[in-house]
Design a protein around this ligand. Structure first.
Ligand SMILES: NC(=O)c1ccc[n+]([C@@H]2O[C@H](COP(=O)([O-])OP(=O)(O)OC[C@H]3O[C@@H](n4cnc5c(N)ncnc54)[C@H](OP(=O)(O)O)[C@@H]3O)[C@@H](O)[C@H]2O)c1
Length: 302
């Protein structure tokens, strides 16, 4: 299959209203002339995304080579708003698209959420369930709903996981577990559909988006390794274009993955030590002594 298999495809991207999903949708609609259905819960954010993406799609279409214009037409972005954690809503989305005669070639399950960095023992069980439903079960619902269509279209399924699936992260137990579930599910079903359609797992490291909105202040350590969302999106699309099955993005993700494979016991401890030593407020609910130590230090300085 050639590198250009993405051109003009019909694609569903969940969580396309902001962050990585928005940038992936933009590249696909603008540069690859794709017809994207972007999803999210907030209609206003999706409307803004449509405006920005379709403006750029129009500009690119007018500049494009006549051959491309005639073959693919102009890329588009339309939206559908629903909660990915609700199984019934997936069925409704399928029905809606069927009525619109939109048969997706590719589905990118990107919508996800993060909780505050916190010890699992104090984390609310409802929040843990919400993370699991949003990050993992949503991808199962998506797969179960559209597997027949993906088979028929010989299309693609791309599940966005995280570097936290490649090495568990202290203070993010539920998130790491939900992303590891996504990874193993993706890698298992890939074997079942090897000859039928393309399946990939994506493992980005820290990326500058709204994902950490529960934290008022982002740790300097995290900011120092954070990549811009548009760069991450470019690498995701490049990986899909090359039909890569495992797309690891960012130095932090590669480091975590490599070290965990070599030192499965030591690497989670090393990460814990580094985060604790940063004394960043972002990790206060994980290393509960750090805040007390900081206050003591401040007092002694006075
Ligand atoms: N940022 C990072 O450092 C990082 C690292 C590794 C992996 N990732 C993964 O990358 C993916 C995208 O995250 P991001 O960083 O781009 O964060 P983001 O900017 O917060 O985007 C999350 C997107 O998901 C949507 N969403 C969240 N919960 C949803 C729900 N229950 N139903 C429907 N849509 C929902 C949001 O839209 P609405 O709010 O409108 O619903 C938004 O469009 C996530 O799966 C995340 O875990 C991120």
């Amino acid at each position: 299959m050639c590198k250009n298999w993405l051109f003009g495809k019909k694609i569903i991207i969940t969580g396309a209203s902001s962050g990585i999903g928005f940038d992936v949708a933009k590249i696909l609609a603008v540069k690859y002339f794709c017809h994207v259905i972007g999803t999210g819960r907030n209609q206003e954010k999706l409307k803004n995304a449509k405006q920005e993406i379709e403006k750029q799609a129009e500009e690119n279409y007018l500049k494009a080579n006549k051959k491309y214009r005639e073959k693919y037409g102009k890329g588009s972005f339309n939206f559908y708003s629903f909660d990915v954690a609700d199984e019934n809503s997936w069925k409704e989305l399928k029905e809606f698209l069927k009525n619109k005669k939109f048969s997706p070639d590719i589905i990118i399950n990107n919508a996800g959420m993060f909780l505050e960095f916190e010890r699992a023992e104090t984390q609310d069980i409802d929040k843990i369930l919400k993370v699991f439903n949003t990050n993992f079960l949503s991808q199962v619902y998506s797969y179960k709903t559209f597997v027949d269509v993906l088979k028929k279209n010989k299309g693609g399924l791309v599940n966005i996981s995280s570097s936290a699936a490649l090495c568990p992260v202290v203070g993010a137990a539920a998130y790491s577990a939900s992303k590891a579930a996504s990874k193993n599910f993706t890698e298992s079903i890939r074997e079942e559909h090897k000859k039928e359609f393309y399946i990939a797992g994506v493992y980005p490291g820290f990326t500058k988006t709204n994902l950490f909105h529960e934290h008022k202040e982002i740790s300097k350590l995290v900011l120092s390794v954070c990549q811009p969302a548009d760069k991450v999106a470019k690498k995701i699309v490049k990986g899909i274009a090359k039909r890569k099955r495992r797309i690891v993005i960012g130095k932090d993700a590669h480091l975590m993955s490599g070290m965990y494979r070599m030192f499965p016991k030591g690497t989670p401890s090393l990460i814990a030590n580094v985060l604790s030593a940063s004394h960043d407020k972002m990790f206060d609910k994980v290393f509960v002594d750090n805040q007390a130590k900081r206050t003591k230090k401040k007092k002694s300085k006075k």
